[in-house]
Write a protein that binds this ligand. Structure first.
Ligand code: GLU
Length: 412
């Protein structure tokens, strides 16, 4: 299996070649500024003591404070966090918000923890990290396995050390210094770029069949936004398996089922049961991977049939499969563009935390649309102009912005 960092590096060099970026600058941009590994030991509810490993990789801050989520997932390791941190640097540059990039997480299956255990774990993690994060330094946010609740604990714990500072973390509950529309933001951003893509290709949503892999925050909101835009969402999936309905899934019904069933689609009977593998290989017009990295790889790439793939997840396609798909003419809208809606609304939240000012949901949505549209158009036009894939174009745009800021900051 390919490693996460190898995939990201392969993409990086391809774009850097196009930009004729010097080797010294490449090395400066690839190596993270700081990588932290910490021990997180908690007492379980039954009195057992358990130790977990936590990470924060702070990749780059040439364009602003570092920014990126905390992931709680058993597969979390330094290699994965490292490449996801670098991806954040590019993502914030592609949508042109004033941030660098970071990522962190704990190797833990959060679903096995009670709410009290999750709170203890999170507070302990912040005890270890509070000195290296902060509203001007590095601002965490939700990612896989974490949510608004976890962000509230992070803010509260950080404040115990440093005083009132809501801008230390984003993705907080709306009632606790959060912003309306942050939770749906990644899915909404995916919806915006999907519509833009169709527009450029001259297709209509009503005639477009979509399969969405993953039904967590990103997948479920993407499904809802696409359904509202009159796409035909024919398949969805989560860890319990895939669900297919030729005439379209009742998305709101599926969300209701999942909400009432501990966030699982298990037992959803309004569609034909398929496997996650089958979902990826469906004959649809658009495939939206919205879960783990590397789900499209050299093992299954030969069976992927969708002509358009929108990367709602981070790194859902390993580089080896990416090249096979590109050769075949599959249009891939890359993660650094497609899922940047989340961090964009995080930026609105952070800015407002610092100004004690509020936008309503309509304004948040409107500004998100503006930022995503500008980024989409820039990437699309660059890709046409330079005859490169959308991924290479997005990486070129991001790398160029980061390299310029790095150069301008000087060396001393
Ligand atoms: N974890 C999300 C991402 O991968 C959001 C990061 C943020 O809002 O800072 O983009």
């Amino acid at each position: 299996m390919m490693k996460s960092s190898e995939a990201a590096l392969a993409y990086f060099h391809r774009a850097a070649d196009q930009l004729e970026l010097a080797d010294s600058m490449r090395r400066r941009l690839i190596i993270a500024k700081r990588e932290v590994q910490v021990q997180v030991t908690i007492e379980r509810d039954n009195g057992d003591v358990e130790t977990f490993i936590g990470y924060r990789v702070q990749h780059d801050n040439s364009r602003g404070p570092m920014k990126g989520g905390f992931r709680y997932h058993p597969q979390v390791d330094l290699d994965e966090i490292r490449s996801l941190a670098a991806l954040m640097t590019l993502k914030t540059a592609v949508v042109n918000i004033p941030y660098g990039g970071a990522k962190g997480g704990i190797a833990v299956d959060a679903r096995q923890l009670s709410s009290r255990e999750l709170e203890r774990l999170t507070r302990k993690f912040i005890d270890e990290l509070h000195d290296v994060i902060g509203p001007d330094i590095d601002v965490p946010a939700p990612d896989m396995g974490t949510d608004a609740r976890v962000m509230a604990w992070i803010m509260n714990q950080y404040n115990k050390y440093h005083g009132f500072n809501p801008g230390v973390v984003t993705g907080k509950p709306v009632e606790y210094y959060g912003i309306p529309g942050r939770e749906e933001a990644t899915g909404r951003g995916v919806g915006i770029v999907t519509l833009k893509t169709l527009g450029r290709m001259g297709h209509k949503p009503q005639q477009t069949r979509v399969a969405i892999q993953g039904f967590g925050n990103v997948g479920s909101h993407t499904a809802k936004v696409l359904k509202d835009a009159e796409f035909k969402v024919v398949a969805i999936s989560d860890v319990s398996g895939g669900y297919y309905r030729k005439d379209g899934i009742d998305v709101l019904g599926a969300i209701r089922h999942s909400n009432q069933n501990k966030m699982s689609l298990e037992g959803y009977r309004e569609a034909e049961k398929i496997t996650n593998e089958q979902l990826l290989e469906l004959d649809v017009d658009i495939l939206v991977p919205a879960a783990l990295g590397g789900v499209i790889n050299s093992d299954n790439v030969g069976k992927i049939r969708a002509p358009i793939i929108i990367e709602a997840a981070n790194e859902p396609i390993w580089a080896e499969a990416n090249d096979v798909l590109a050769e075949r003419g599959t249009l891939i809208v890359p993660d650094v563009l497609a899922n940047a809606g989340g961090v964009t609304v995080s930026y609105f939240e952070w800015a407002q935390n610092r100004q004690f000012y509020h936008w309503n949901l309509d304004r948040v949505r409107q500004e998100l649309e503006r930022v995503m549209t500008l980024a989409f158009d820039s990437v699309w036009d660059l890709s046409r102009e330079r005859k490169v894939t959308l991924r290479t174009a997005a990486f070129m745009l991001g790398i160029d912005r980061v390299a310029r800021a790095t150069e301008l900051s000087g060396l001393e």
